[in-house]
Design a protein around this ligand. Structure first.
Ligand SMILES: NC(=O)c1ncn([C@@H]2O[C@H](COP(=O)(O)O)[C@@H](O)[C@H]2O)c1NC=O
Length: 509
């Protein structure tokens, strides 16, 4: 039996190859791998002895040779193949152990250059892996050190690697090379700033199996992008509590999107992917109190995201509630001690830096995938006009800004009422706009008086202005652009309401 070993990641390679040699396997190896093995007393044959050719072009060509690929691709039960091997003096290779140049690790380094990335595109390695995987009927192929042990056990037991194992390893290899190439193609596509190319080569790595999906009868898993931003639920560090569920991950992602809207201390409570309470304040505890008081009923069982450190005082208030998850950039030691008293609460640490990096968002539909930029656009990107007679006061501006930041993240049709650093009413996911307004107004009750109303899209009729006015709303922010805008403006003026047009809508379905 002959094996070819050529690995960049040399973890576990010495004991593994030593065991192969002990089992009577003849091992061929490339430069660096050969050196490590020989330095550790493992007997190996250099690749050049087999190819009769030196490794050239700084290692760009070392295994790319018919003496190697003939040995990998020849079918053992094909007489013609065997005759050709004999004619050219090629020895079959039965086991391939290869892992690739560290492309991902290279491009992850802050100081890596384009040239570093190009040099770390492995050519010979994938070629061997693919050849061996194609010919898995006769060849076993290992790309992952965690498979070394299983193969040694099979060799010890039966002197061969079982067919089922060879097939499983071959499938793994093609997944691996496809993911490797996806990373390279994405890197180069980004480098030439091509936005939505003719084919999309995405790759994700499994982070965890989930107990179930949205419902217990749905199987599910969580995959993360190979270069996931630090500011993401995929990169969160769990400090405490039960494993995250499918719904937890979705909700936590929604909470993070909202909290990143704010520079000052802000707290966001999320239920079923909609914010039920958002509070801002001079301190963390003040922001939390406002988020809680925004809707003390819905917050029960919620997901809470902070953009500041959670301190002891805030932790004690959180401790009074049943909460699924608390997310923050940091927790003080004494806050952690308080929160950890509850066994099941999940505490997540998320690096809030890099929050502004634009990401693509994808949602699957049956038979396809929709891809779009994240909606990272705020009031600073909008063309703000004030069509009403009255302009907002300073306090109204503050409330309008809060309503606008939050309504963007509420399922459409969405209406948010905000007042003095707090959302006071959230109407989410309604099939007509005035319906969303009525829900938000009802929830706000007395607090609707003097509040600001944000609407994710324009008013098709003046009925929302009418409902808002009757509830005591004094300021409105909405995109404008309806053919019936004039009706809404007139109605606002009639009630002395100030109205801001943004020219930019924020649908969220
Ligand atoms: N060009 C070739 O013929 C070639 N053959 C094998 N490699 C890679 O060289 C690496 C091992 O090199 P070394 O044994 O010299 O440390 C492996 O990651 C392997 O995938 C090659 N390098 C890249 O393309």
């Amino acid at each position: 039996m002959r094996a070819l070993v050529s690995v960049s990641n040399k973890e576990g390679i010495v004991p593994f190859v030593q065991q192969l040699v002990d089992l009577g396997v003849e091992v061929i190896s490339t430069g660096g791998t050969k050196k490590v093995l020989q330095d550790n007393g493992v007997k190996v044959i250099g690749i050049s002895e087999v190819t009769g050719f030196p490794e050239i072009l700084d290692g760009r060509v070392k295994t790319l040779h018919p003496m190697i690929h003939g040995g990998l691709l020849a079918m053992r039960d094909n007489e013609s193949h065997q005759a050709q091997l004999a004619e050219h003096g090629i020895t079959p290779i039965d086991l391939v152990v290869v892992n690739l140049y560290p492309f991902k690790e290279t491009i992850s380094k802050a100081d890596s250059t384009f040239e570093d990335a190009i040099e770390n595109i492995d050519i010979g390695g994938p070629t061997m892996l693919r050849a061996a995987a194609k010919n898995h009927k006769d060849v076993a192929v290992l790309v992952d050190p965690s498979d070394y042990e299983g193969v040694i056990s099979e060799l010890k037991e039966s002197g061969k690697v079982e067919v089922a194992t060879r097939r499983r390893l071959a499938a793994k290899v093609f997944r691996h090379t496809a993911a490797y190439d996806a990373m390279i193609s994405n890197y180069l596509t980004e480098a030439v700033e091509e936005k939505h190319p003719e084919s999309l080569t995405v790759t994700f790595e499994k982070k965890q199996d989930l107990r179930y999906g949205e419902n217990p009868h749905q199987k599910a898993a969580f995959y993360q992008a190979p270069l996931a931003s630090e500011f993401s639920i995929a990169s969160a560090e769990q400090l405490h509590g039960k494993e995250l569920s499918y719904n937890n991950i979705n909700d936590a992602d929604a909470a993070l999107q909202i909290v990143k809207e704010f520079k000052d201390p802000a707290v966001v409570a999320v239920k079923h992917m909609n914010p039920c309470g958002v509070g801002t304040g001079a301190t963390t505890v003040e922001a939390y109190r406002r988020a809680y008081e925004a809707d003390p009923v819905s917050i029960f069982g919620g997901i809470i995201a902070f953009n500041t450190e959670v301190d002891k005082e805030t932790a004690e208030l959180l401790h009074e509630l049943f909460l699924e998850i608390v997310i923050a950039p940091s927790f003080s030691e004494d806050a952690l001690a308080v929160l950890k008293q509850k066994k099941n609460i999940r505490l997540l640490l998320v690096d809030m830096n890099g929050a502004g990096v634009m990401q693509s968002r994808m949602v699957s539909v049956r038979g396809g995938l929709l891809v779009q930029d994240e909606d990272q656009f705020g009031l600073e990107d909008a063309t703000v006009t004030i069509p009403t007679k009255r302009e907002p006061t300073e306090q109204e501006w503050a409330d309008l800004k809060l309503a606008w930041k939050v309504v963007k993240h509420v399922k459409s049709n969405a209406i948010v009422l905000a007042k003095e650093g707090q959302t006071v009413g959230v109407g989410a996911g309604q099939m007509n706009r005035v319906g969303a307004a009525k829900i938000a107004i009802e929830q706000a009750g007395e607090k609707a008086v003097g509040s600001a109303l944000g609407s994710d899209a324009f008013f098709p009729m003046n009925d929302t202005v009418e409902a808002a006015a009757k509830a005591g709303v004094t300021a409105i922010i909405q995109p404008g652009g309806s053919i019936k805008d004039e009706d809404s403006i007139k109605k606002a003026d009639e009630y002395g309401i100030t109205m801001v047009f943004t020219g930019m809508r924020h649908f969220k379905h």
